[in-house]
Design a protein around this ligand. Sequence first.
Ligand code: HAM
Length: 432
Amino acid sequence: MSQKIRGVKGTRDVLPIDTYVKDEDPWVRVGHYQLIEQTARELFPLYGYREARTPILERTELFVRGIGEVTDIVGKEMYTFDDRGESVTMRPENTASLVRAYIEHNVNQQEPETKWWYLGPMFRRERQQRGRYRQFTQIGVEAFGNPGPRIDAEQIEMLERWLRMLGMPFSMHLNTLGDANCRPRYREALQEYLRAHAGDLCEECRKRTETNPIRVLDCKNPKCQEVVAGAPRMQEFLCDACKAHFAAVQEALQRLGVAFVIDPKLVRGLDYYKRTAYEAIATSGLGAQSTLAGGGRYDGLVKELGGPDIPGIGFAAGVERMALLIAQQGRERVTRPVVFIAPLGEAEAARADQLAQQLRAAGIAAEVSFRKANPANQLKRADALGARFALVLGDAELKADRGKLKEMKTGVQHEVSLSALAGEVKKLEGSG
Ligand code: HAM
């Protein structure tokens, strides 16, 4: 036998099968993903978001300038390669890509405000652990052209509603990161404080003190957290405009009945954020990688990437993490056959194929047996597939153009006309 070829580390297969053993994670199936996607597809348009699809490959410069050179993502996690003289990167996130598309197509000249949502794979070369992968899926939204604060609350409320629809256990964390006016003063004060406590910080945070001191706030190391507990807080440095914005977001959230906690340590891992930052954090079931979704306001990013000075706010959710929680709850979206047709001979098989075709055309999920087996074994197979009805087709049924639809759960048999099968099934479905 030739050697097996295994999948790349940090990537996952998501399959429609029921049992899977060789994985430290609970086995996540396609149906869990579909449930998450479907709810987003239904909910987001109610808030005016429309789907946008952008390429996986972008010019590397987009992320270097968009996300920030000193972030972990750009510094060490990007899948970047030379494409015959041009450096390209597999997107590590989608905000920069959507901003690029927004600018490239002059969208602001066509509409004053734009709301987009997206779904797709992102790539970061991170250390693999439960809930953290090198290829992962995000569902996210971006709203361009509105400086807030009401839209900030509207978007947070939408995220909350979506996660609630899916039964996620989570709490919403909120913070403000100030803006170009007030953050530099905070950064300086924080840096000064961290330098004075450098001896108590981990090596990474000693480096961050010089390159990106705000990131020290969310270091998980207990010693760093002790230092952080006494650090100056952004809220004490906010300029009047940022203070008013933050207060108004909170009021709007209260009006909409969204529960949230103010979290001064919430700083986000990408450099483009201004003012509002928020995260939905799972309260159980996920361990260390518990942030289900994160986002915030990025006024200034569109301009930074060569477009007009247009504000924006968005979030992205990690679909794998959500799917893990749904798998633990045992919820899933699956289409089971409504009718399983088991023909006993060749003439019956030909008729069965046509009957299945007619059922599907009428929107009824149908499976035909391709195996030769006795009726008892055929019924076993119908049961294993989770079919609602089984129809065994023999010579007598064909001649009479009538058959018996057996209800798998109860064993009740319904006599039906084969020529009018789709209508008969619909009637029974309605009554069941
Ligand atoms: P982010 O916080 O980097 O933000 O990612 C958002 C979510 O994606 C995380 O909360 C997490 O659920 C998921 N995620 C991130 N990395 C991984 C990974 N390696 N494996 C599994 N899941 C992961 C952004 O990407 C921003 N673009 C969000 C945003 C949109 N901000 C404004 N607009």
